[in-house]
Design a protein around this ligand. Structure first.
Ligand code: G6P
Length: 607
């Protein structure tokens, strides 16, 4: 979603800010802008890609060592030049970039209009910069603090003022901000990707905190002006993590990285010699987890699909009643939660607004809160009682692939760890540990089929409606496979339990419709075979994901993607890989920008 980068120091700000914007492109945006302080404020904004902004900038007018830039993902008002950030107050002296939503912007707008302020844009954000200007009396920090007292909603902001050169005032509530600390230079950004090139020393602002940053120092304080001492920590990511490294797209890179990501995720956690799982992040809550009677999982998007797999895993391996909830529904439903319940929030970014709110709702009602998160230091990671990081490295492609793999692995490890202390025998645990240990190599074998999958994608790329079907552990894979295809190729695809097809969607099946069956050898295999017959009888085009060695299915399906045999609870780890590749190739063949799909954002920080 929106991205903020601001710089103050001794170097020319414009190239640093433009580079920062490009590093954040993956988050999803539809307009961009930049402001540089140099005597006055120099602002340039453009709808569309950063390259459009770049082409309209006149470098000579954009000189200066302090400035800010922004990528906007439209919420209030279309993605036009006027609605793009930075927003500038009526006097043209103060500029601000904002992530989040000002909920009471209408009433603030009316208040300011009554005072004679004229608005240029339709955005909620402009209201805030005008409010800051309204309170400005020679001290930007005071004006920002005063304005924020009147604001309801979420924000990560950076503000600069032509009358106070070299100074950036930043504040956060519900939208992340990180300060990169260099030698006499600072980068304030909403995403570590915009900082990593300059420094790995960072400060994470917490909710309700502000920072005033100059070219040779900074101060941090609460929004109520109580000084806060922040620790400078090391960023865990490296530049190679966020570069293409020879791949045409981040999505393909991340699919291909999955063997390594899986190994990294399990390192030190799956111990086959000692026959145990060790999850350090859960050590303090082990007893509570084993004793809980109910687990509630909350997440959005792909993470929700991982949660659905976890529902099967926790019930199957640990025999604990488990529910998986869309965070956006859960947060507003007055859910029944007790202090005996464990809530698990799954989130790649750790910043998804709905997931965070659902988590807070559950904590409010006394539940123990766990996080399954990729981004170290993210809000969900910090607000949960305990948790397990994915450790799969930064995920840049908007369509989640290796993070989904990491989520599945972490949830499997949690289920096994709890399961062993409840119902799972040591020989069974050992069997799963051995199987987990072999997973990276098995995923690698699947990724080698990429060229064969490309040929299938070529054949079906013009079909505009697809069905994805699976049962049991393969049902979430059907949902995730369909989501991958639709989000990056814009092909309509639906996933559902195979048996549900008869209750409506079967009406859609024609000779032109690809139907992808996830039909690995497991307890429900025979039933899925019957469903395949039903589709074939209606001339549907069957593509199957099947277990290596299954020759029966080759006679029934037009194409088969084989995956190695693994125990049933681990099948989601392998079955999804050919479907990620299928979606990727279909999207590329259709000319889609797979890393920046239209309208999508990597991290959805609005509800
Ligand atoms: C967005 C992304 C999805 C992601 C979902 C949840 O919609 O495009 O890929 O699954 O948000 O994100 P999270 O960071 O909470 O896992």
């Amino acid at each position: 979603m929106c991205g903020i980068v601001a710089y103050t120091g001794f170097r020319e700000a414009r190239p640093i800010l433009m580079e920062g914007l490009k590093r954040m492109e993956y988050r999803g945006y539809d307009s961009a802008g930049i402001a540089i302080l140099n005597g006055g404020l120099h602002v340039s904004k453009a709808p569309g890609r950063i390259s459009v902004l770049e082409s309209q900038i006149k470098p000579d007018e954009m000189r200066g060592t302090c400035g800010m830039a922004h990528t906007r993902w439209a919420t209030h008002g279309a993605p036009t030049q006027i609605n793009a950030h930075p927003h500038v107050d009526a006097s043209g002296r103060i500029a601000m970039v904002h992530n989040g939503i000002i909920e009471n912007y209408q009433s603030l707008r009316t208040y300011l209009k009554d005072k004679g302020v004229e608005f240029k844009s339709e955005t909620d954000s402009e209201v805030l910069v005008q409010l800051i200007a309204h309170f400005y009396d020679g001290d930007l920090e005071v004006a920002v603090r005063t304005a924020l007292r009147d604001v309801r909603g979420t924000y990560g902001i950076a503000v600069i003022c032509a009358d106070e050169p070299d100074k950036i005032v930043a504040a956060r509530k519900g939208s992340p901000l990180i300060i990169g600390v260099g030698d006499d230079e600072y980068v304030v950004a909403s995403d570590a990707a915009a900082i990593i090139q300059h420094t790995t020393s960072v400060i994470y602002l917490s909710d309700g905190e502000m920072a005033v940053v100059w070219n040779d120092g900074f101060r941090t304080m609460t929004l109520d002006n109580v000084p806060v001492t922040k620790q400078v920590t090391d960023l865990e990511i490296s530049l190679t993590d966020i570069e293409l490294g020879g791949y045409p797209h981040f999505m393909l890179k991340e699919i291909m990285e999955q063997p390594q990501a899986a190994a990294d995720c399990m390192r030190g956690r799956v111990n086959i010699d000692e026959g145990r799982i060790h999850l350090g992040g859960l050590a303090n809550l082990a007893r509570e987890l084993v004793r809980t009677k109910r687990i509630i999982i909350t997440a959005c998007g792909t993470a929700w699909h991982a949660g659905l797999v976890a529902e099967y895993l926790f019930e199957d391996l640990a025999r604990i009643q488990t529910e998986v909830e869309y965070a956006s529904e859960f947060r507003y439903r007055n859910p029944i939660i007790t202090d005996q319940n464990v809530v698990i929030a799954i989130s790649q970014s750790g910043e998804t607004a709905d997931t965070l709110a659902a988590l807070r709702e559950a904590q409010e009602k006394g539940a123990i809160a766990l996080g399954v998160v990729n981004v170290v230091g993210s809000t969900i990671a910090r607000e949960t009682d305990a948790g397990v990081y994915l450790h799969v490295g930064p995920e840049i492609g908007v369509a989640s692939t290796k993070a989904y793999m990491g989520q599945l692995l972490v949830l499997t490890m949690i289920a096994l760890q709890i399961g062993r202390r409840r119902h799972l025998s040591q020989p069974d645990l050992q069997m799963y540990l051995d199987a987990l240990h072999a997973i990276p190599e098995k995923i690698e074998r699947i990724t080698k089929q990429s060229d064969a999958i490309l040929e299938v994608a070529e054949k079906f790329k013009d079909a505009n409606n697809w069905l994805y079907l699976g049962r049991g552990y393969n049902y979430p894979t059907a949902l995730e496979g369909a989501l991958k295809l639709k989000e990056i190729s814009y092909i309509h695809a639906e996933g559902m339990p195979s048996a549900e097809m008869k209750h409506g969607p079967i009406a859609l099946i024609t000779k032109d419709m690809p139907v992808v069956f996830i039909a690995t050898k497991n307890s429900q295999y025979e039933k899925v075979i019957s469903n395949i017959e039903e589709v074939r009888a209606r001339k549907g085009r069957v593509i199957a994901v099947a277990t290596e060695g299954d020759t029966e299915i080759a006679d029934m399906a037009e194409h088969v993607f084989y995956v190695p045999d693994v125990p049933e609870p681990l099948q989601p780890l392998v079955s999804i890989v050919p479907l990620q590749l299928l979606a990727y190739h279909a999207a590329v063949l259709r000319g889609c920008d797979v890393d920046k799909p239209r309208n999508l954002a990597k991290s959805v920080t609005v509800e």
